[in-house]
Design a protein around this ligand. Structure first.
Ligand code: ASP
Ligand code: MG
Length: 449
């Protein structure tokens, strides 16, 4: 029961910071809705900008007795009260503030339980962190109902009644079967043409509130796009689109108007943080296109990420990651010996250190990895421990870490099978007298780092 007659809009926290933002966002929603009234508009929202941080601070720092005196509670209370007083009729605002005060009571109770029974506190933190989305979605739905002068056309939906996840080492994993069943139950009941849904939050296998991880509401929107089988997902954010490079570093960086899913993922991973890389996975199978648009510049077309075959320039973007350390492991003892890489990566995994780039020449004489500079001392240490015997025996001659490095990557599908791109890239670096320490290129040839 897919609904190609539907579009998903997602608004992030910076688009929902205050009264003006809610007015702006509502105008975008209604302008689009009036243009295509037969299309169901599904709106997925983040918490008000900064609220998730405030709530997590409450969960970590407050107890039941000092919550009301905390600056975090005061900030939340102040901003929500001002918002509903600006946007809603008095009686509706009062109703909302009652609901809010009940939610705060629930938080007090959670903080209390935490003291008494010493529950698994990460779960309590997850419950508390999720209130921001409940409030923003509720307020937006009440405000849009007021603008439409109708309660039937718009409905608030708590995503915890639809998205079910299991936790894993790699973050939340969606239980698609259960989520699909719940989607059908919840959505078929609804006659409304505008649905306002909480981003970020979900339920776990024990029916407890959880979430999709920080900045997870893009992912929520993508999950809903997939469940609804939507025509398109539009991510409304605070930039014009996916940029060809960081505009702070490259003044003539441009918005890339068309990208493939894979290009967007590579660029998202390497710094151009407009979209969470995980977001695209649920969309690729049904080929649902994603548009990145600017809430603060809604006339601008933005970027389109889709499965369309594109014929244009071979490089889509250039990205940089700074503050990298390069660790080099060198020695004749690694040549032709299976298991060196395994030992290296297991040692790093045990310390929870993530590796950003890997390069090994076919001589197998050295392996070079890049890690975040601030973990490089620990990384070097655990590698030395892991290879203690080989170091003592002289099979590994040295393990070196060099801080203060950067990774530059060029990204583009159409570099595939084209000679010359790498040459141009390295030639340019050479002209600028920049020494290249390590090179990695995935065999997909979509990224040269
Ligand atoms: N509000 C959540 C966060 O700040 C989710 C999101 O904004 O995407 O992490
Ligand atoms: Mg956010």
């Amino acid at each position: 029961m897919k609904d190609r007659n539907c579009k998903i809009f997602k608004f992030g926290g910076s688009s929902l910071a205050d009264t003006q933002c809610f007015v702006r966002v509502s105008k975008i929603i209604l302008d689009n809705y009036y243009k295509e009234p037969n299309l169901r508009h599904v709106i997925v929202v983040s918490a008000l900008g900064g609220f998730t941080d405030l709530l997590i601070d409450i969960a970590e720092k407050c107890n039941a007795n000092n919550l009301y005196d905390s600056k975090e509670y005061k900030a939340i209370n102040h901003r929500l009260t001002a918002l509903v007083e600006d946007l809603l009729e008095d009686s509706v605002a009062r109703e909302f503030l009652e609901l809010f005060s009940n939610d705060i009571n629930s938080i007090v109770k959670l903080l209390n339980d935490d003291l008494i029974i010493n529950n698994d506190d990460t779960d309590i933190e997850k419950v508390i962190a999720g209130f921001g989305e409940l409030w923003s979605a509720k307020i937006l739905s009440l405000y849009i109902a007021k603008l439409l002068d109708s309660d039937d056309e718009v409905e608030f939906i708590d995503s915890r009644s639809i998205i079910y996840v299991q936790s894993s080492d790699l973050g939340a994993i969606v239980d698609w079967k259960k989520s699909n069943e719940c989607y059908k139950k919840v959505v078929t009941k609804s006659q409304a043409n505008i649905l306002i849904i909480t981003g970020f939050i979900a339920s776990n296998e024990r029916e407890q509130p959880t979430n999709l991880g920080r900045n997870g509401s893009d992912y929520s929107a993508a999950i809903f796009a997939s469940l609804f089988g939507a025509q398109a997902l539009v991510i409304w954010t605070d930039v014009d689109g996916v940029m060809s490079a960081d505009p702070n570093k490259v003044p003539d960086a441009q918005v890339v108007s068309n990208l493939s899913y894979n290009e967007a993922m590579e660029l998202a991973y390497f710094g151009a943080k407009v979209i969470h890389p995980k977001t695209l996975n649920p969309l690729m199978e049904q080929k649902i296109p994603v548009f990145i648009r600017n809430t603060f510049n809604p006339e601008f077309v933005g970027s389109k990420i889709s499965a369309e075959k594109l014929i244009n320039s071979n490089i889509k973007g250039i990205t940089v990651i700074d503050s990298i350390a390069l660790i080099n492991l060198e020695g004749t003892g690694m040549i032709g010996v299976p298991g060196t890489a395994d030992k290296l990566f297991v040692a790093l995994k045990d310390e929870n250190i993530s590796v950003t780039l890997i390069s090994q020449a076919s001589s197998e004489h050295s392996i070079c990895i890049a890690v975040d500079e601030h973990v490089s001392d620990i990384a070097k240490n655990v590698i030395e421990n892991a290879f203690e015997a080989e170091l003592n025996a002289g099979l590994i001659s040295k393990i070196e870490a060099t801080k203060g490095q950067s990774i530059i990557a060029v990204v583009g599908d159409e570099m595939t099978g084209q000679s010359g791109v790498a040459g141009q890239f390295f030639g340019t670096l050479g002209q600028a007298k920049i020494n290249v320490r390590a090179i990695a290129q995935g065999s997909s040839e979509r990224n040269i780092s």
